[in-house]
Design a protein around this ligand. Structure first.
Ligand SMILES: Cc1ncc(COP(=O)(O)O)c(C=O)c1O
Length: 436
């Protein structure tokens, strides 16, 4: 008997939801959120779930945000929420930016505030064009940078995201190294060198010259595309290509950044510094925020060339500022938690690979982890139906999981989740795999 009980109450809300909302990406199980608290999420039936999704990488420090974040939002709501920040001024966003920049390498001095990851990337795209006066960008297959027209041109993880929406900006796509399925047959030791050769020998010599490309947009770890981790060498070579051709390197840290890998900036895992960083998701502690951070040497943009209405919204920034203060106070502990809990989870995920034919790979950095399901280990044929079955089986036993890529499952609990809840969640995941 499934632990989770779903009744007419849930089904009724889902039926009404379907009537009034255009379809988005709704998952394979009937979760209707009611509340959240630390390790757990609760649905409208009162079922309790261990959250291995952080509600799409947002609640890095506990479902529902910490007490400090919630109190900061409540206090700010009583003062002023919207301050027309891009036209007028307010001190809270300045405090936020000053604190945020402390987590960046020296030489990063300016930022733009928005409301989402896609908007942070739109801004980066415009700034890169403005700074370089070039029109093209280079991005990667399997990437996800958002769904508005500029960032969607960069995104290339599923045809359905793009079908009927083009034409897009001038984006050239290159293969991203996927070590479990390295498509470049000549790569020997590390998947990635042939990918670099491909960019130089084909894209930069045949599609257009490097002098026309404003920026390379890259996720340090591909998120929606399947939690794919490239080699350090690949990222360093991208930096070299950018430098040699006067292009900017943009690190999309919307999913991988903000301590998820144990570092504030996921790109730091590769020993590479970008010229522009974008962040969102966890930054607002549960409220909408996007941040685009630029290197000081790039200078400023002309007044009026980019702005928005809600960027710097004081309620969101209050949450963001409280969240930054939480990191500042607990940075060493958060780093240790990501390292220790990440190791513990990875050990179990690797055991799943050893013990179950359907689990082909376990990968990730820190607490940005995933398993990939395959029909069998030899053919590596993606086990899409089986993956969805695992998600549903786990849900029925009280565990929230999200898919990624074609047949992967993310394992991204809040960084602060207790070791005991993590263990229980992994037991449920294993049970769901065994059942499948
Ligand atoms: C790496 C990355 N960039 C951009 C986005 C888009 O963010 P949003 O959904 O907030 O627009 C996402 C969302 O999943 C993402 O993972």
């Amino acid at each position: 008997m499934a632990r989770v009980k779903i009744t007419k109450k849930t089904n009724n809300i889902i039926a009404r939801d379907k009537k009034v909302f255009l379809t988005t990406t709704r998952g394979p199980y009937p979760f209707v959120a009611a509340s959240g608290d630390g390790d757990f999420a609760y649905d409208v039936e009162g079922n309790r779930f261990i959250d291995f999704s952080s509600f799409i990488s947002v609640y890095n420090f506990g479902v529902g945000g910490s007490n400090e974040i919630r109190s900061a939002v409540k206090a700010q709501a009583d003062k002023l929420m919207h301050a027309a920040f891009t036209d007028y001024r307010a001190e809270l966003p300045v405090l936020f930016a000053e604190k945020m920049l402390k987590f960046f390498p020296s030489g990063f001095g300016k930022m733009f505030l928005s409301n989402s990851g896609t908007e942070a990337n739109e801004a980066a795209l415009k700034f890169a064009r403005l700074f370089t006066k070039r029109q093209y960008t280079l991005a990667f297959y399997n990437s996800f940078h958002g769904r508005t027209m500029g960032s969607l041109g960069l995104t290339s993880s599923m045809a359905v995201h793009r079908e009927h929406f083009g034409p897009f900006n001038n984006v050239l796509h290159a293969p991203y190294p996927y070590p479990y399925r390295c498509m470049m047959v000549h790569d020997t030791e590390e998947c990635g060198m042939e990918h670099i050769n491909f960019i130089e020998r084909n894209i930069l010599s045949k599609s257009t010259s490097g002098r026309e490309i404003a920026a390379i947009f890259v996720e340090p770890i591909q998120g929606e595309g399947g939690y794919i981790v490239p080699s350090k060498m690949f990222m360093r070579e991208l930096r070299r290509i950018a430098d040699e051709n006067g292009m900017l390197l943009v690190s999309d840290e919307v999913q991988a950044g903000y301590m998820r890998t144990g570092k504030f900036l996921a790109m730091d895992n590769f020993g590479v510094k970008a010229d522009i960083y974008t962040m969102a998701k966890a930054v607002g502690g549960g409220l909408p925020m996007g941040v685009t951070v630029t290197k000081s040497s790039l200078g400023d943009i002309p007044a009026g060339s980019h702005a928005n209405t809600f960027g710097g919204n004081l309620a969101s920034v209050a949450a963001g500022y409280a969240s930054l203060k939480y990191i500042e106070k607990n940075q060493a502990s958060l780093e240790r938690q990501v390292r220790d809990k990440g190791k513990l989870i990875m050990k179990r995920l690797k055991e799943f690979v050893d013990d179950y034919e359907v689990v082909g790979d376990a990968r990730g950095i820190g607490m940005m982890l995933a398993i990939e399901l395959v029909k069998n280990k030899k053919s590596k044929e993606p086990a899409v139906k089986e993956r969805d079955e695992v998600l549903v089986n786990a849900f029925n036993e009280g565990l929230l999981l999200l898919p990624a890529g074609k047949s992967s499952i993310r394992v991204i609990p809040p960084i602060t989740m207790s070791v005991s809840s993590i263990g229980k969640g992994l037991d449920v995941l294993e049970g769901a795999i065994r059942k499948t």
